[in-house]
Design a protein around this ligand. Structure first.
Ligand SMILES: Cc1cc2nc3c(=O)[nH]c(=O)nc-3n(C[C@H](O)[C@H](O)[C@H](O)COP(=O)(O)OP(=O)(O)OC[C@H]3O[C@@H](n4cnc5c(N)ncnc54)[C@H](O)[C@@H]3O)c2cc1C
Ligand SMILES: *[C@@H]1O[C@H](CO)[C@@H](O)[C@H](O)[C@H]1NC(C)=O
Ligand SMILES: *[C@@H]1O[C@H](CO)[C@@H](O)[C@H](O)[C@H]1NC(C)=O
Ligand SMILES: *[C@@H]1O[C@H](CO)[C@@H](O)[C@H](O)[C@H]1NC(C)=O
Length: 560
């Protein structure tokens, strides 16, 4: 009888799955050693990378940025395949490079100096939380900052977040409150209706918090672990987007694989594995110990499964009514899966009607708009602005001239957004915009005051709102059964250890019962299995390589 090659089944054709497949397939020694396939539940490869088109522009529905080009493998690949340049414009938010316009609800443009002081406080707080300890700051600023933190926590700043269960959200707010205690009085800002300095500071602070919510996917920063912030690693250097689209990197990984190795539309519904060694099966003991069930009722036997489905799918898969795993995953796994956070972040794209696209003269250009809202419970709030807009930080063209605007949503606002109709969204955004970019005739009264530049010029040419949208496209990562969310975060009550636990293969080597079970049955990759680069494409990429190496080492394929 001819010895069978070990069969490796990779579940999921996202970054992690394809990085692993690429490595396993191209590793010269292993080429003829394994029977390899990738099964993907959806109709396309890429997973949370989905480059698409809207209003004639190339857009990203999922992953958008390379978070720091220094040391990023994703950047390296993009560079090698010449994906970083394009003739055609792309979603690069070059508005970030310009001065953004920060406007307070009601249409009051805030002066850069007012915005900057509270933005600096926020940035210092994030640097502190991330363990960057105020690098390169003026001495006096540093001393003042530490005094503030000490005041907020009534302890030495280095003890902040010690053994407790401090959230990032609570850390931020405690220091903000200490800051307010230390300023003498809250003056009203002339010409800005009822905005006081304190209200403006709060609104700008909240705007930065909302950016953090989308960066981390923690719908509520009160659920985001403070301690984990300092473990998270960013690559140095610029953050850029990929001119030819993020998908070009995925396609490059897939291009080396032979036709048919990736099977699309193969959604896995069940995985039977062997926690304990079976005495006798028709296949013998170590041979193809696992059975994969697909949604169409078909099955596939496997020696090794590399599971790369999103954490949201794992969370659903361990639920009592799912029974995706048979036997169920051991407790150490299910507990880590439950403890870690997996939030919803969605992007919304809107197309401006042609009379307002950026291709007109300068004064008609839609700005890089940062929105400072009143608190959702404030009496001063504009009642017609929908609640789901109130925790959105910005709205901006996807590149300087584009007629396509993008905005990011997180948490329950993002989920609500998925349920609305296109018309409801266009209405809600238009109402919001008209409160921020209001009519020219309202401009007058206030322009003298230094902190508030008064009502903003309308972008329009006389019609009620000034700005009109012709269509909208939004992502729906929260309700998509193949994702059930956007990316992972370390929630209060979990820690980096849980990310490591998620990465451990099954059965666990240390447990007695598994001593005679076939080893490395279920391996885990995906962004949520990387301790320091979770939530990113390069974290997913690394995790795929890690598990490919684990298998190659198991079969003593050296040189990997
Ligand atoms: C809106 C958004 C913005 C983002 N922005 C950035 C960014 O700017 N920079 C960055 O680095 N990262 C970003 N990310 C995160 C990044 O996209 C992910 O971390 C990364 O792509 C995850 O890769 P993965 O291989 O771990 O998982 P995925 O890409 O999710 O791949 C898993 C695959 O498993 C499949 N699958 C699920 N269930 C089953 C099943 N039962 N059977 C078979 N197949 C199944 C899915 O269809 C999917 O293709 C963003 C994500 C989102 C959603
Ligand atoms: C991916 O993009 C296509 C359009 O290019 C869209 O139809 C599809 O819904 C997107 N999928 C996800 C999960 O965003
Ligand atoms: C706003 O301020 C004015 C006076 O400056 C006051 O009369 C009015 O009641 C305030 N509005 C609200 C809602 O507090
Ligand atoms: C922006 O528009 C101007 C004027 O139409 C044009 O000359 C320029 O090339 C455009 N820039 C981009 C990046 O599209």
């Amino acid at each position: 009888m001819v010895a069978k090659k070990p069969r490796i089944v990779i579940i999921g054709a996202g970054m992690a799955g394809l990085a692993a497949a690429d490595r396993l397939y191209t590793s010269t020694i292993s080429k003829d050693m394994f029977e390899l396939c990738v099964v993907e539940g959806g109709p396309r490869i890429g997973g949370r990378i989905n480059t698409s088109e809207f209003g004639g522009d190339r857009i990203e529905m999922g992953a958008t940025w390379i978070h720091g080009i220094g040391g990023s493998q994703v950047h390296k690949i993009a560079q090698e395949i010449h994906s970083l340049e394009s003739e055609q414009p792309w979603e690069c938010m070059d508005g970030f490079l310009d001065e953004p316009k920060t406007i307070a609800e009601g249409g009051f443009e805030l002066s850069p100096s007012l915005v900057q002081s509270i933005s600096t406080l926020f940035k210092n707080l994030m640097d502190y939380a991330q363990g960057k300890l105020m690098e390169g700051k003026e001495n006096s600023e540093e001393v003042n900052f530490y005094r503030l933190v000490a005041k907020a926590f009534k302890v030495c700043p280095s003890n902040v977040g010690g053994p407790g269960k401090l959230s990032l959200g609570s850390f931020l707010r405690q220091v903000l409150n200490a800051h307010w205690d230390s300023v003498k009085e809250q003056e009203q800002i002339e010409g800005c209706d009822n905005w006081s300095t304190k209200l403006v500071e709060e609104a700008i602070f909240a705007m930065h918090e909302n950016v953090r919510r989308t960066c981390t996917s923690a719908g509520d920063l009160m659920n985001l672990d403070f301690g984990a912030e300092s473990e998270y690693r960013m690559f140095p250097g610029e953050e850029i987007t990929i001119a030819k689209g993020y998908l070009s990197v995925i396609e490059s990984l897939a291009s080396v694989l032979p036709h048919g190795l990736i099977q699309l539309g193969r959604k896995v519904t069940g995985i039977q594995w062997q926690r304990e060694a079976h005495r006798s099966t028709e296949n013998g003991c170590a041979d193809r110990p696992m059975k994969i069930h697909f949604c169409d009722g078909s099955i596939m036997l496997a020696d090794h499964i590399l599971l790369t489905v999103p954490l949201g799918v794992l969370k659903a898969g361990i639920g009592s009514d799912s029974g995706m795993f048979n036997p169920p995953l051991p407790t150490f796994k299910t507990e880590a899966i439950s403890r870690l956070g997996f939030g919803v972040v969605n992007k919304m794209f809107l197309q401006l009607s042609s009379s307002h696209d950026g291709r007109d003269e300068d004064c008609n250009k839609f700005p890089f708009l940062q929105m400072a809202f009143h608190r959702p419970d404030s009496e001063l709030r504009h009642k017609k602005i929908p609640w789901w807009m109130r925790r959105t930080a910005s709205l901006s063209p996807i590149y300087k001239n584009s007629s396509v605007l993008v905005s990011w949503f997180a948490g329950k606002e993002a989920l609500e957004h998925e349920a609305l109709s296109d018309e409801e969204i266009i209405d809600g955004v238009s109402t919001t915009i008209s409160s921020f970019l209001s009519q020219p005739h309202k401009q007058s009264s206030s322009s003298s005051h230094e902190q508030c530049n008064g009502k903003v010029n309308s972008l329009g040419n006389g019609d009620e709102n000034g700005v009109k949208f012709t269509k909208v496209l939004r992502t729906k990562w929260g309700n998509d059964p193949l994702f059930l969310g956007s990316y992972s975060y370390v929630a209060v009550g979990s820690s980096g250890d849980d990310l490591d636990i998620l990465a451990e293969p099954l059965p666990r080597i240390s447990t007695l019962e598994s001593a005679s079970s076939p080893p490395l049955q279920i391996l885990f990759a995906g962004e949520a299995t990387h301790r320091t680069h979770y939530s990113t494409t390069h974290g997913a990429y690394f995790s795929g390589l890690r598990e490919a190496s684990r298998l190659l080492q198991h079969y003593r394929c050296v040189g990997v």
